[in-house]
Ligand binder design. Structure first.
Ligand SMILES: Nc1nc2c(ncn2[C@@H]2O[C@H](COP(=O)(O)OP(=O)(O)OP(=O)(O)O)[C@@H](O)[C@H]2O)c(=O)[nH]1
Ligand SMILES: [Mg+2]
Length: 299
């Protein structure tokens, strides 16, 4: 069966976008624009990609305050080809929902969300997962780091905080990849695959992103090597509210994750060589990063 004929309900696992991705996302955008003709987004947009999270997404959405650190919040769910009614549940719980007809991957779904948020005028974009693992209670501290000009991109770190995940292999992987990315980029990062993130909206448009699934490290490495300042705050990563990880087996996941890191690093190093000097295109309005957790790349 060709990828084009992939039926609804099957998860896309390729390391490159499926050939029909732009067609599928364009159809989703058109339907979204028709569903929300007078869309007005708030300055802070929380983007949640969800694949078959009907049992969890309601609680996730209910937990996010309408206002975070004085910023009004819009909730935007990208339903990534779910077959369990995720879209309807998310709508009932107050989110704007953009629905992909078939699953095209976590990265594709998030990029669609970033685009809608940017084009809708968001100042900051945050991410959470649709399974309740990341706690929005940490968002005010993250907003403060952006608002005070100390960072452009803030990660919630389970390593600085705590994880309730008891999978030793997965926890070792988190530590290992943090070391690898820290070594490669010259910036101390402790959690490279956090789903709790907050960033300047513009960053999502200037960092190259192509990964259908393994999007966290691609965005992070790209941002660091472009000179964006990345900070971390401690967070507690919880257990999934219900259901199984959508990520597949640990070893295959780890190997694919490693490959994405290597490919992204090579690509971004090459791009850095042809980029104009940093001062000519500062990524964002900035002051000197001075927190213990803030780091800046030395590309
Ligand atoms: N894995 C995966 N997740 C997707 C996809 N599209 C959207 N998602 C959502 O992305 C979020 C993260 O997926 P999870 O499978 O929980 O992955 P994870 O949190 O990194 O890994 P675990 O710690 O094993 O839960 C969830 O909200 C999913 O519903 C997809 O194609 N694949
Ligand atoms: Mg999860």
């Amino acid at each position: 069966m060709s990828r084009r004929e992939q039926p609804a309900g099957v998860t896309y696992h390729g390391l490159r976008e499926a050939p029909d991705t732009s067609e599928i996302t364009a159809a989703a955008l058109t339907a979204f624009a028709e569903a929300y003709p007078d869309l007005k987004l708030q300055p802070l947009v929380i983007v949640i990609a969800a694949l078959n999270e009907a049992d969890n997404i309601g609680a996730v959405l209910d937990e996010v305050p309408h206002q975070i650190a004085d910023l009004p919040v819009s909730l935007l769910v990208i339903d990534d080809g779910s077959t369990d009614g995720t879209t309807e549940v998310a709508q009932r719980h107050g989110a704007l929902v953009c629905t992909l007809k078939v699953n095209r991957g976590h990265g594709v779904a998030l990029r669609l969300g970033y685009r809608i948020a940017r084009e809708g005028g968001a100042r900051y974009i945050g991410t959470l997962d649709g399974d309740g693992q990341w706690d929005p209670a940490d968002l005010p501290a993250m907003v403060a780091l952006l608002e005070s000009g100390q960072a452009d991109f803030v990660l919630g770190s389970r390593q600085l905080g705590q994880t309730e995940n008891t999978d030793a292999f997965r926890n070792l992987g988190v530590k290992f990849f943090a070391r690898v990315i820290s070594q490669l980029t010259g910036s101390r990062i402790t959690d490279t695959s956090s789903g709790l993130r907050l960033m300047q909206a513009g960053l999502t448009g200037t960092v190259t992103q192509t990964q259908p699934q393994y999007q966290t490290s691609e965005l992070l490495i790209g941002a660091l090597l472009q000179g964006y300042r990345v900070a971390e705050v401690p967070t507690v990563m919880r257990q999934r509210l219900s259901g199984e990880s959508r990520k597949g087996r640990n070893l295959a996941y780890g190997l694919r994750y490693a490959r994405v890191i290597a490919d992204t690093y090579r690509r971004e190093r090459r791009a850095a060589k042809t980029r104009p000097p940093k001062a000519a295109h500062p990524p964002a309005d900035r002051a000197t990063a001075d927190t213990a957790s803030a780091s800046q790349s030395q590309p």
